[in-house]
Design a protein around this ligand. Structure first.
Ligand code: MLT
Length: 261
């Protein structure tokens, strides 16, 4: 369903009983809310799932300007739009995790817990930042296949089915170049959330695929040490797309962590 937020039509799906414990699921780059579908099928009987397509992704309209703050504010506005006033579990995968850190800084009272999936707290170094700006230019000139081809092989654990890889390569290649370019620049400019880790005062679950080649398990282990009382779940036979590759194991980890009503 579309909602007009900040002058853009943004898509946000809600699944599950309204009284269920609410979970905001923020997708990674350059994906869409569709990445949560296999996990959502396993959780929708018991939780209220709120699944946006970020601006410029999925079937949401794009803007040329994006930032972690804007994405986080869009998510907060979408929570209002779907009538969710309770604090929510904020779950972010990779770029979604960068947004989750920003959401926590901007709207602490709306967060009941954090779920950090295949992500990292640190900002880009100078070389990575310049690389992102260059890639943004290429995407605008040549299309999103530039990013899809670069990322496709790194997303999954060795041995992942070829049809799964092809499905997600094609989905990424079909992403809106304006949205992809804006996100690349937004990630390049994102803040370093590492200093915040020791101040996180909500329950935190960290999930990482054992074979994640983009945000490797060592980064999640370091986050686990830095966030007091956090729980770390390392998912076997999964790479960067743990919720897509092993939805059952990830769903079980979420059920252990979150109360259900
Ligand atoms: C993602 O999966 O969201 C991206 O790999 C994050 C990034 O490029 O830093």
């Amino acid at each position: 369903m579309h909602y007009t937020i900040d002058g853009l039509k943004l898509n946000c799906e809600t699944l599950g009983p309204e009284r269920g414990e609410p979970i905001l699921l923020i997708h990674g780059f350059p994906l869409s809310g569709a990445m949560w579908r296999p996990l959502a099928e396993l959780l929708r009987d018991d939780f209220r799932l709120i699944i946006p397509d970020l601006r410029g992704f999925g079937v949401s309209e794009a803007s040329d300007d994006a930032s972690m703050a804007r994405y986080a504010d869009d998510c907060a506005a979408l929570l209002d739009a779907v009538g969710e006033r309770r604090p929510v579990a904020v779950a972010g995968m990779s770029m979604g995790g960068y947004i989750a850190f920003e959401f926590l800084r901007r709207a602490r009272a709306r967060v009941s817990s954090l779920v950090l999936v295949d992500t990292r707290p640190g900002a880009d170094g100078e070389e990575a930042r310049q690389g992102r700006f260059a890639t943004a230019g290429k995407v605008l000139a040549q299309g999103s296949a530039v990013v899809a081809d670069a990322m496709a092989e790194k997303l999954f654990a060795p041995g992942a089915p070829a049809d799964l890889k092809k499905h997600w390569r094609d989905a990424m290649a079909g992403a809106n170049p304006r949205g992809v370019a804006a996100a690349l620049k937004a990630m390049a400019r994102r803040a370093d959330s590492s200093p915040d880790l020791k101040r996180i005062d909500v329950p935190a679950l960290i999930i990482v695929g054992r074979h994640d080649a983009i945000t490797p398990p060592a980064e999640s282990e370091a986050m686990h040490r830095a966030i007091r009382g956090s729980t770390l779940e390392t998912i076997p036979d999964a790479g960067h797309m743990a919720p897509v590759e092993q939805p059952r194991i990830v769903a079980d980890a979420l059920r252990r962590f979150l109360p259900s009503r």
